[in-house]
Design a binder for this molecule. Structure first.
Ligand code: SF4
Length: 338
């Protein structure tokens, strides 16, 4: 298998060029095409000579591949299916919103975290994406230069594939990479504690934590991760970091009727998050097959939100996008046998 060029930084690309007898500046040209111009097509890389391209193609592959399918929602949200191996595919979602165009990125084929309410979790884990597979989602959608933000909130738990995810973030934020500010990127996790600490120490991106229930026993019933890395420990860790400046932390709270939407849940949440500069996003649950709970009624969500806001915890109800094409939160399933 040939080495993929996508995901290598400018220095690494130059070193690879040198290895195959080319001038190191060809590596910088490659980096400029792939990351600054977001052009992933040899024919359009017009300042690289034909002979150099031939040498590169003999030894390497770009690592880009077009989506194998796509769907467009009535609200403008678009979903793309990418093949990441002969048998595995992942989905990415592009969400347009006023002047923003946000990419919801996948980091794994399936997921091993097993959250009961999530279609991806039900699949089990089918492999990690490599850095090229992750960045390909940024490059191979239509009009990649117009993307303004990214959320690692698609299929998989990004902190369970941190090596590839952190490498992708490095390319996205390097001045000679995409040149993005870390503020344009949010990583969403259920709280893989040891890796979360590393992420907090190493990165300056925003963080979103999937919370869903403040009571340990009830959360365990929803999310097996609670056993290994209890939410209380995750929140204690977060309280050691400063989120009052550039970097923000938010908590995702999917609302299930009769499972986690009671006043006592709101009050426990207020106690748990007290003293932490944060925001809680309430998410409408989108019904999935063979699952006993429905989304909380709208009035219940409003009450829950108001209770939090009235007690000093900033809370909003997140607009749901792309439900008609199964692109909303918790609905991504990819296709794991094509
Ligand atoms: Fe994995 Fe996230 Fe789904 Fe949980 S909610 S199973 S962590 S993809």
């Amino acid at each position: 298998m040939k080495t993929k060029l996508l995901g290598k930084n400018s220095e690494e690309l130059s070193a690879l060029c040198k290895e195959v007898g080319l001038k190191p500046f060809v590596g910088r040209q490659l980096s400029d095409w792939l990351y600054a111009k977001r052009v992933a097509d040899w024919d359009r890389m017009v300042n690289i000579s034909k002979a150099s391209k031939q040498v590169l193609q003999d030894h390497f592959e770009l690592g880009v591949s077009a989506p194998v399918a796509s769907a467009l929602s009535s609200d403008g949200t678009a979903k793309y299916l990418f093949a990441v191996s002969d048998t595995e595919s992942v989905e990415s979602v592009v969400i347009p919103d006023e002047d923003r165009r946000t990419l919801c990125v996948s980091s794994q084929a399936g997921c091993r975290m097993g959250c009961r309410f999530c279609m991806t979790g039900r699949q089990g884990w089918h492999g990690n994406l490599d850095v090229a597979d992750i960045l390909n989602q940024f490059l191979s959608i239509p009009d990649p230069l117009s993307l303004s933000n990214a959320v690692f909130m698609g299929m998989g738990e990004p902190l369970d594939n941190y090596e590839a995810v952190s490498k992708a973030i490095a390319v996205l934020t390097a001045p000679d990479g995409f040149g993005w500010s870390p503020k344009r990127i949010t990583l969403s996790t259920i709280g893989v504690l040891p890796v979360l600490k590393r992420f907090l120490d190493e990165e300056r991106c925003h963080l979103a934590v999937s919370l869903h229930n403040p009571f340990p026993d009830e959360r365990l019933d929803m999310m097996p991760v609670q056993k290994a890395w209890p939410l209380e420990d995750v929140v204690s860790l977060l309280k050691q970091y400063d989120f009052s400046g550039q970097r923000r932390v938010s908590f995702e709270y999917t609302m299930f009727a009769g499972w986690n939407d009671d006043k006592r849940h709101a009050d426990a949440l207020i106690r748990l998050l007290g003293g932490l500069e944060c925001r809680v996003n309430l998410i409408r649950f989108h019904k999935i097959p063979d699952f006993p709970y429905d989304c909380s009624p709208e009035v219940r969500m409003e009450e829950f939100k108001n209770r939090l806001n009235n007690h000093g915890v900033v809370c909003t109800i997140r607009a749901s996008r792309g439900e008609d094409i199964l692109a909303a939160c918790g609905m991504l399933a990819g296709q794991h046998s094509r």
